[in-house]
Ligand binder design. Structure first.
Ligand SMILES: NC(=O)c1ccc[n+]([C@@H]2O[C@H](COP(=O)([O-])OP(=O)(O)OC[C@H]3O[C@@H](n4cnc5c(N)ncnc54)[C@H](OP(=O)(O)O)[C@@H]3O)[C@@H](O)[C@H]2O)c1
Length: 302
């Protein structure tokens, strides 16, 4: 640790928000012997962190005054602005506030503008890992907007997330990338659960299906690279697979789901995309063509 890093660390941090994630962040700082002051709307959570060695601030203003690095981890950006906005702007003088709540791109830009208007130095981040990973070498937090603030406090922020990564000057960038990764996570989990409902309806256990599910996962990295190359090129050649053939396979998932009495909306959504592409004359194109359909909201008013 350099002298500068040591000075920063001895100054400690303030954690505002002690839900599961805020508590994990506070715990990681305490484990690394970083003096940590905490504040939470509901005081019982602060008292639990006191048992782990945190200093409990009497109120929000003294929490913010206790350290130059103030990290908020509240439900969303609206709650964050509400909490920070309850204090006079002067309290934030000489402080950097790191906002680590999930958000939409619009919300992230709103918070950055809100902070700029009040002269508050705010750095916006998006946490991409679950609580048990915080403080481990795999912990990843994306930051965007004020790169200077990340670099000023990098040594502290790397205590909780060694992979603290700057992704762009637009404060919304971390949120956009986080949202994309969340979409892959949730759609993957939901697809697995739908397939699990299907196989268990025929008497198999979900666990016995996992090795086959993982076989499909193994082909996804190369598939993503191929799809991405097509999307970036704006060309969707159907040389190895084509949508007309895939529409038939997707029909099988819909029909099997209906026969098993399952909710068939997930496969039906994919099948609808395929049939729309075929109806629009793209049946000979590859599946990557679907990105063009997804780029317009069919429910949007004309
Ligand atoms: N948990 C995870 O694995 C995970 C992973 C990645 C990202 N995140 C993100 O991290 C953020 C925090 O998540 P979390 O898991 O700790 O749980 P959470 O339920 O999203 O947030 C709980 C925290 O927000 C506070 N809060 C909510 N509304 C508030 C308001 N209006 N005013 C003041 N405080 C308010 C709660 O205070 P009280 O205790 O008083 O209710 C508590 O401190 C979220 O944006 C979440 O999306 C979480």
């Amino acid at each position: 640790m350099t002298q500068n890093e040591a000075a920063h660390r001895s100054a400690g941090v303030t954690m505002i928000g002690l839900g599961p994630m805020g508590s994990a962040l506070a715990q990681a700082f305490l484990t690394a012997d970083v003096p940590t002051t905490v504040w939470n709307r509901t005081r019982s959570a602060s008292e639990r962190m006191a048992e782990a060695g945190a200093t409990v601030a009497d109120d929000l203003a003294s929490a913010v005054s206790s350290a130059r690095l103030v990290i908020t981890c509240l439900r969303d950006h609206e709650a964050t602005r509400e909490v920070l906005g309850s204090l006079p702007g002067e309290v934030f003088g000489g402080r950097v506030v790191v906002v680590l709540a999930s958000s939409t791109p619009h919300e992230a830009r709103t918070t950055q503008r809100w902070a700029d208007e009040r002269g508050i130095d705010v750095l916006i981040g998006a946490i991409l890992v679950p609580t048990p990973v915080i403080g481990t070498p795999e912990a990843l937090i994306l930051y965007s907007g004020r790169r200077d603030l990340l670099e000023r406090y990098r040594s502290e922020l790397e205590v909780v997330a060694p992979r603290s990564t700057f992704v762009g000057d637009d404060p919304a960038t971390a949120s956009i990338l986080d949202t994309g990764m969340l979409e892959i996570f949730f759609s993957g989990m939901t697809a697995f659960l739908h397939a699990a409902a299907l196989v268990t309806s025929a008497g198999h256990t979900a666990s016995s299906f996992v090795p086959m599910a993982i076989e499909m996962l193994d082909i996804l990295p190369a598939t993503f690279l191929g799809l991405a190359a097509d999307v970036d090129a704006g060309e969707y050649p159907g040389t190895e697979e084509n949508i007309a053939m895939e529409a038939a396979a997707l029909r099988h998932i819909v029909d099997s789901s209906v026969e098993a009495g399952l909710d068939a909306r997930l496969p039906r959504l994919m099948h609808d995309l395929a049939t729309r592409a075929v109806e629009e004359g793209y049946g000979a194109d590859g599946w990557s063509r679907v990105v063009e359909l997804l780029r317009t909201d069919p429910a949007a008013p004309a």
